[in-house]
Design a protein around this ligand. Structure first.
Ligand SMILES: [Zn+2]
Length: 263
């Protein structure tokens, strides 16, 4: 099986709107000699311009109390969430949104609806790229070699389901202020995304209930999940089992701060 066949096997086809989370290391372990540019081209060829490809290109450019922080430059700042996301960002026809902390790279149909000025006060909530995906009929999350600890959509669910800490920043201990900083200036932020490690508990739940399927091939495990399913099941799980969305006690300072205040 080649990489293109693997994508078809997962269920990718033309006209879908897809957000991609990926580990290039895992992909190249199974598909030897494939290059980052080839991965991106295969995805674009399958989805076509009437569909959409979206990669997070987060840079986490928050203002810090210490005064020592990085300033986001929409065109120059490299993505901090993986080689493929940076390769995609620099590829033909892609635009990048303006959020100093949680920008996205967009290609295809989505660029008719969202442009480079997109930078909501709630970076992964109302007005975000994730909200746009929620309102599309034919939208999916593709995870290539990653698990739910990289599921950005989980942060959208935290806000939508209003988990107790949805507007409480857990990054005080890192001296992070709820302000994004870019070359255009500062932006006050609402609803700062926290720690995502325990989204794997949502993953285990969906697997156990047979609601999602993991596709394995030569050590590469992937998911292709409809956003509608994630939203419907997520709203239930995040409303009733929110305590499972924090790391184990005393293992994570960010989650501990939320636990102390809300549980
Ligand atoms: Zn945590």
């Amino acid at each position: 099986m080649n990489f293109k066949e693997y994508l078809f096997e997962l269920g990718l086809s033309a006209n879908q709107h897809i957000i991609v989370h990926s580990s290039f290391k895992k992909i190249i372990n199974s598909f030897h000699f494939i290059t980052p540019n080839e991965v991106i081209s295969e995805l674009k060829n399958i989805v076509s311009k009437s569909g959409s490809l979206i990669f997070p290109t987060f840079t986490y450019c928050f203002k810090k109390v210490s005064g020592d922080y990085e300033i986001f430059d929409r065109l120059k700042s490299k993505s901090k969430v993986g080689l493929l996301s940076e390769t995609f960002r620099l590829s033909d026809g892609v635009i990048r949104t303006s959020s100093p902390t949680h920008s996205f790279a967009l290609w295809g149909n989505v660029t008719k609806f969202l442009d480079e000025n997109n930078s909501p006060e709630s970076p992964l909530g109302a007005g975000s790229v994730l909200e746009w995906l929620t309102h599309q009929q034919n939208s999916f999350v593709l995870m290539l070699g990653t698990d739910f600890s990289s599921l950005s959509y989980g942060h959208y669910l935290e806000v939508a389901a209003k988990v107790p800490w949805f507007d409480y920043s857990p990054w005080d201990y890192m001296n992070v202020l709820p302000i994004g900083v870019s070359t255009k200036g500062e932006q006050q932020l609402e609803e700062i995304p926290g720690c995502a490690k325990s989204f794997v508990n949502f993953e285990s739940y969906l697997l156990k209930e047979n609601l999602i399927h993991r596709y394995g091939y030569e050590g590469l495990t992937s998911y292709f999940i409809s956003v509608k399913l994630l939203f419907d099941e997520g709203m239930k799980f995040f409303s009733s089992h929110y305590e499972k969305l924090l790391c184990e006690k005393n293992t994570c300072l960010a989650c501990d701060s939320r636990r102390r205040k809300f549980l």
